[in-house]
Design a protein around this ligand. Structure first.
Ligand SMILES: NC(=O)c1ccc[n+]([C@@H]2O[C@H](COP(=O)([O-])OP(=O)(O)OC[C@H]3O[C@@H](n4cnc5c(N)ncnc54)[C@H](OP(=O)(O)O)[C@@H]3O)[C@@H](O)[C@H]2O)c1
Length: 265
């Protein structure tokens, strides 16, 4: 079969993937995309029960495999432990999806200092640490089969100022987009790509209250006129993780229903 055939071009079968925060929300959608295409997927977050339930659901579907791991990624020691444990199971990691993230909304004059630090720590600082600690496994994957990819889950809020008062979140996502470009430049010569998805609205625990209140106006602001689905975010991750995405690095890819190109008067 030609290398141009979609089954080869977008193949992720047997690739080893780590999705942080893969137990629910966008992370679960992404994990499902990999498992559905035969990858071996580790999902990690604080709520091991949620991760185990997701792993059980995805393992029933197959054909790939999903394994749950516990980690509070806001803590340096937990990141070291997670990657140590992963290194005992796998010699190489093909794809790291830095998806875990937190948000905090509060009026400008009352925005808590501690909340700002908490959001920046998880959404930026610890994405750096997870990536740094995963590098030996990513380098092994690059040597083994030439596929080593980092995908960071950013946001349209890191590009356009949002209407809601999520100061730390927006700043953290803008920082994450730039960190991805810096890492892409540094790691390109090692054959490791680093890209960001600037996600628009997807149904999740983080977005539940916002969508409950503002879904109509949010959808009205999207040229494509709908909230994102698992296929929308998984499709881009599969592209970036397969042969098809091998020449794309340092990109901030909108997965946002067109929110960033909505015409304004
Ligand atoms: N939904 C949207 O519309 C949207 C739009 C743009 C970008 N995003 C981004 O998408 C990513 C996923 O968010 P979501 O919308 O799917 O929200 P979500 O359902 O609240 O998921 C957040 C995930 O992050 C994990 N997490 C939070 N704190 C953690 C910690 N200390 N250590 C490890 N994991 C932690 C959570 O797991 P535990 O609680 O078990 O730790 C959960 O799996 C985030 O980076 C978010 O900023 C979402």
């Amino acid at each position: 079969m030609s290398n141009m055939h979609a089954s080869k071009l977008f193949d992720v079968k047997d690739k080893v993937v780590l999705v942080t925060g893969g137990g629910r929300g966008i992370g679960e959608m992404i994990a499902e995309g990999y498992v559905s295409n035969g990858a071996k997927v580790y999902i990690a977050s604080r709520d091991i029960k949620a991760c185990e339930a997701t792993a059980a659901r995805l393992n029933k579907q197959g054909p790939g495999k999903c394994y749950a791991m516990a980690a509070d990624l806001s803590k340096y020691e937990d990141i070291v432990k997670l990657i140590d444990e992963l290194s005992k199971k796998e010699q190489a990691l093909n794809v790291l999806v830095n998806n875990s993230g937190a948000n905090w909304g509060a009026p400008l004059d009352e925005y808590p200092d501690a909340a700002f630090s908490k959001v920046m720590n998880l959404n930026v600082n610890k994405v750096f640490t997870v990536t740094q600690k995963a590098l030996p496994l990513l380098r092994n994957a690059q040597k083994k089969d030439g596929v080593a990819r980092v995908i960071n889950i950013g946001s349209v809020n890191g590009v356009d100022p949002p209407a809601l008062e999520t100061y730390a979140y927006s700043a953290s996502k803008a920082a994450l987009h730039h960190l991805s470009r810096v890492l892409a430049s540094r790691l390109g010569p090692e054959g490791i790509t680093v890209n960001t998805l600037a996600c628009g609205p997807f149904q999740s625990k983080m977005m539940a209250a916002t969508l409950e209140k503002f879904e109509e106006s949010i959808v009205g602001g999207l040229p494509l006129g709908r909230i994102g689905t698992p296929e929308d975010v998984s499709g881009v991750c599969l592209f970036l993780s397969s042969r098809a995405g091998a020449y794309t690095t340092g990109a901030t890819i909108p997965v946002d229903g067109g929110s960033l190109v909505k015409a304004k008067l």
